[in-house]
Design a protein around this ligand. Structure first.
Ligand code: EPU
Length: 418
């Protein structure tokens, strides 16, 4: 297993470019199975989760060419099986997005039961209820779940709580399900309207992407198409937290600040100096940071995926801040690592942490728990004086492309040890 060795405590400077969004690219890869024609994706991040998804769809008989970095050409002319890999599918949750294309094209989809997850319970009830509502039948086996097309037809499904992937999964299937589907109380994350827009450019009829109600008129055929994946808002927001926590002068290029309105507002309230242009954020060294409470919320609220990087930043701010993680119950356990580094954070319960700052951080040996907390530990290590070792770098590689090279380019002292 690879690890990072980081010597921190120095400000960074220069420019860092944001990659294509993981949580958009994964969904486009799945949606490409709706059509027999070629779908070309550009600006795809070269990360481990994308590799896993490509492996999964190749096993289904899909042709995936990778002619150059960041470009993937997908042709699902025919599908040779509708059974997802027992080994690969539980590794990434977006494999659930393949249910719809498999149902409409082959009449069934068999998925291994999802494995455990580092960020807490990851229920799948909304997928089961939603697919049933659109006419599918669901059979629970010992090791797997079998979805069958039954009499697929449009329908109305009300989400008791918005779910990003379940919204996308039902939207993708409804596109090729006859009749009208109405999805109510859906997630509104920017990756969802982007997916709707792309599918519409391929012949789908979706309205309301980015609002709480999405309406889909099913069509018989989806054409191929081409799209450049939108910038990763979570990566951009994490780089802003990195710059602020290390008192750096950093230009974050190629991002869309409109997708980060609440996190940028929080930075402003914390006292971070920055300027925003249409596709960049310039963070300047800032002293006298002030504690501010953070509550995660579905988009356009403060994203749970930025909770960990911002908690690291709060260790450098003066006062007491409450971090309230409302989306997942297992997403605060990385805090023990920050305390090992000298932070003063009390975990009140699974959802709440109280951060007292400012606390100088010192280097330590750490374990990357999941994608986002993994990057947060990198940020903490770069803010800390001395040497840190971060183990289990695979978790970071799942979501961030060549992160150590890109951080070295802004003068971070970080190296990968295989
Ligand atoms: N939920 C249910 N039942 C379900 C599905 C979800 O109760 O069937 C609950 C979850 O337990 C959670 C809430 O709904 O409390 C929201 O979860 P959601 O389904 O929206 O999360 P997700 O779609 O599994 C995506 C991102 C996550 C991100 C969340 C929240 C992808 C591939 N993943 O997950 O990203 O944290 O939305 O924004 O899009 C990451 O990139 O590291 C990551 C974890």
């Amino acid at each position: 297993m690879a690890r990072f060795e980081i010597h921190g405590g120095k400000p960074l400077s220069g420019e860092i470019r944001v990659s294509g969004a993981k949580n958009a690219a994964l969904k486009f890869l799945a949606a490409a199975l709706l059509t027999e024609e070629e779908v070309r994706l550009r600006n795809v991040p070269e990360i481990e989760d994308i590799k896993r998804m490509v492996e999964i769809i190749r096993e289904l008989g899909v042709q995936v060419d990778h002619p150059e970095p960041h470009q993937y050409n997908i042709r699902a002319a025919s599908l040779k099986t509708s059974v997802l890999s027992r080994e690969l599918a539980p590794k990434i949750r977006p494999s659930m997005l393949l249910i719809g294309p498999l149902l409409v094209r082959t009449g069934s989809a068999t998925l291994p039961h999802p494995g455990g997850c580092a960020i807490g319970r990851r229920p799948t009830d909304l997928f089961v209820h939603g697919f049933r509502k659109l006419g599918a039948t669901v059979e629970e086996g010992v090791d797997e779940r079998i979805f069958r097309a039954g009499t697929l037809r449009g329908g109305r499904f009300v989400f008791p709580t918005p779910s990003v992937t379940a919204t996308e999964a039902l939207m993708i299937m409804a596109v090729r399900t006859s009749g009208r589907t109405e999805l109510v109380n859906v997630a509104m994350e920017p990756e969802i309207p982007a997916l709707a827009e792309f599918l519409n450019s391929c012949g789908a009829k979706i309205t309301g992407g980015g609002t709480p109600i999405i309406i889909i008129e099913g069509v018989d055929r989806i054409r191929g198409g081409e799209i450049s994946i939108m910038p990763d808002r979570i990566e951009a927001g994490s780089f802003a937290a990195l710059a602020a926590a290390t008192k750096s002068d950093l230009w974050i290029r190629g991002c869309n600040p409109k997708h980060l309105e609440v996190p940028l507002l929080m930075l402003e309230k914390i006292g971070v100096k920055f300027e925003v242009a249409s596709d960049s954020i310039h963070v300047m060294p800032s002293d006298d940071l002030e504690a501010m409470n953070i509550t995660t919320h579905e988009y356009p609220g403060f994203p749970t995926d930025l909770q960990a990087p911002f908690t690291v930043l709060l260790t450098q701010a003066k006062g007491v801040a409450l971090v309230h993680e409302t989306i997942f119950e297992g997403r605060l356990f990385y805090i023990e690592h920050l305390n090992k580094m000298g932070a003063k954070i009390v975990l009140s319960d699974q959802h709440r942490a109280v951060v007292e700052g400012p606390t100088p951080l010192r280097g330590s040996t750490l374990e990357s728990p999941d994608i986002r907390a993994g990057l947060a530990l990198v940020i903490a290590a770069l803010a800390a004086k001395g040497k840190s070792t971060i183990n289990n770098v695979y978790q970071i590689d799942r979501g961030y492309e060549r992160i150590e090279e890109r951080l070295r380019a802004i003068s971070a002292d970080i190296r990968r040890i295989e």
